[in-house]
Structures are given as structure tokens and as C-alpha cells.
Design a protein around this ligand. Structure first.
Ligand SMILES: C[S@@+](CC[C@H](N)C(=O)[O-])C[C@H]1O[C@@H](n2cnc3c(N)ncnc32)[C@H](O)[C@@H]1O
Length: 261
């Protein structure tokens, strides 16, 4: 830099601290990468800040991958030096952009009461946040009514947001304290389990709550006992189970394709 010229790039230790705090803040969503920012913008997120390693490169990428939000990305992006950028996330996104947004506050009562035939997904005690994100992504793509999780993990954790490519903003995603609300809804609760009766997508009732188990232990006995049916995705002999997100995709798109037909 020539003497007297100010470096416009953000070189701010407080930025690193702010992004570290945001990862634990229940009101803030950390969006790693351009796809996450693109989806957040498309689905109406309130963006708090956007930090870019190389704004000119980001602009070119946005022109190619997200032309509909390119102008918004350009207007929001603030440049930062490479060293600072590398400290904004444990695995800095290769697209060179990381953002913060306000988490929307979905109300469980409204999610359960939402009109329409779309099924609602419940994930019981999922352990892998990438899997949770993949479930949110496929649920958004299939236009499900929402994704509810039961268990200790935060479904809005940055790793889950990375897995969903920011599609948490496309539908309600929230964590339940326990299974009780599922007993209080008029929606049919269906357990999706490899040991169930073979699932026939055409026969699934509208507005069903489709419950999937965690990666290791599957569905709990308490949940299965509350379900009105236990249904399986037929598999070839010798295969024990599908991956959680794959099974959510198979059921949701089985239903969607059967209704489209
Ligand atoms: C990796 S599996 C869990 C495997 C676990 N050991 C079990 O036996 O349930 C995670 C979840 O995906 C769903 N799943 C996987 N394969 C399935 C299948 N063939 N039919 C129905 N659900 C399946 C179930 O909801 C299951 O709880």
C-alpha cells in the first residue's frame, strides 16, 4: 500500500471473535460458502454480514452459479485478508465467502397445523450433522412441510447448514425437547424402519409425520409404540439399512413421484 492509502480490507480480530461466537449463538446461522448464501438469500433470510476473501472472484462465481442473487452478494460482501478469512471457520469454504444470518423462529404449533398434504419429517436422535443437513436439503427439494429433530444436537449447527447448502431457510427446521408434541397432533405418525411392512407411496396418508431413526440405533421403542404403522423401504437381501438421508430421500421422492403420476 502507498503511504496515505487505507487498506479497505477488514483486518479485524473482533471479526474472528464474532464468527467464533456466532457458531454457538442460538439466534445466528453461520453460512459457509456461496451455495449456502445463495439459498439463504433466495428464501428470504435476514443477512447480518458477508465476508469475502476475494470479492472480484466471488462476483465472477456468483455470476456463474447464482446470477439471480449476484447483485445482492456484491452489495453485501466485505473484503477481508486471507489470514483472517482462514480463521472464520474450522474448514474455510473454498468459494471464499462466509456469512451470518438471523435464524428464523418457526413455531411448532404452526408447523404441525400447516395446511396442505406435504409430509413432515422427524429425525430421532440423529448424530451426524452432515446427515441432518442432507435431510434438510432433500426435504426442501421435495417440498416437505418441515424437519423436526429430537435429541441433543442443534439442527442449525454450522455443519448441518453446510450439509443443507443453506436450505434450512426454505422450510421450518426445529428441535423438539421430547416426543410429546407428536402425540398431540392430528397428523398420522408413521415409523420408517427397515423392519416395517413394505411402504407403498400411493397409500401414505396426506400430512403424515414420517419418523426416521438415528444412524446407529434407529428408532426408539417409545416412538415406534406411538406410530400408527411401521413401514420399510424394500431392499435387496443382505443389505441391513440405507443411510439416514438416503432413506428420507427415497420416501419423500417416492411419495412425490407417485402423487405427480
Ligand atoms: C442407518 S439407519 C439405522 C440403522 C439401525 N441400525 C436400524 O436397525 O434401524 C437410519 C434410519 O434410516 C431409516 N432407514 C434406513 N434404511 C431403511 C429401510 N430400508 N427402510 C426403512 N427405513 C430405513 C430408518 O428410519 C433408520 O432408523
Amino acid at each position: 500500500l502507498r503511504a496515505g492509502c487505507e487498506d479497505p480490507r477488514v483486518q479485524d480480530g473482533s471479526l474472528i471473535a464474532r464468527f467464533a461466537r456466532a457458531r454457538r449463538d442460538p439466534d445466528v446461522a453461520v453460512l459457509e460458502g456461496l451455495h449456502a448464501l445463495k439459498h439463504a438469500l433466495r428464501f428470504g433470510a435476514t443477512i447480518l454480514e458477508v465476508i469475502a476473501r476475494e470479492p472480484a472472484r466471488l462476483d465472477r462465481l456468483a455470476a456463474e452459479l447464482a446470477p439471480d442473487v449476484q447483485a445482492q452478494v456484491r452489495a453485501l460482501a466485505r473484503p477481508v485478508d486471507e489470514q483472517t478469512f482462514a480463521q472464520l471457520a474450522p474448514l474455510p469454504p473454498s468459494t471464499g465467502v462466509i456469512s451470518l444470518a438471523t435464524r428464523p423462529r418457526a413455531q411448532l404449533r404452526e408447523v404441525l397445523a400447516a395446511a396442505g398434504a406435504a409430509p413432515l419429517i422427524v429425525l430421532e436422535d440423529p448424530r451426524d450433522l452432515g446427515n441432518v443437513g442432507a435431510c434438510v436439503r432433500v426435504a426442501a427439494a421435495a417440498d416437505a412441510a418441515g424437519v423436526l429433530t429430537v435429541g441433543g444436537h442443534d439442527p442449525w449447527h454450522p455443519d448441518a447448514l453446510r450439509g443443507s447448502a443453506g436450505l434450512h431457510f426454505a422450510l421450518p427446521v426445529l428441535r423438539l425437547e421430547d416426543l410429546q408434541p407428536l402425540a398431540e397432533t392430528e397428523r398420522a405418525l408413521l415409523a420408517i424402519d427397515p423392519a416395517g411392512e413394505p411402504l407403498v407411496p400411493q397409500l401414505l396418508p396426506p400430512r403424515a409425520v414420517l419418523a426416521f431413526g438415528g444412524e446407529r440405533y434407529g428408532l426408539s421403542e417409545q416412538l415406534t409404540a406411538r406410530a400408527s404403522a411401521c413401514l420399510s423401504i424394500p431392499m435387496r437381501d443382505g443389505v441391513s439399512s440405507l443411510n439416514l438421508a438416503t432413506s428420507v430421500a427415497a420416501v419423500l421422492f417416492g411419495v412425490r413421484l407417485s402423487r405427480a403420476g
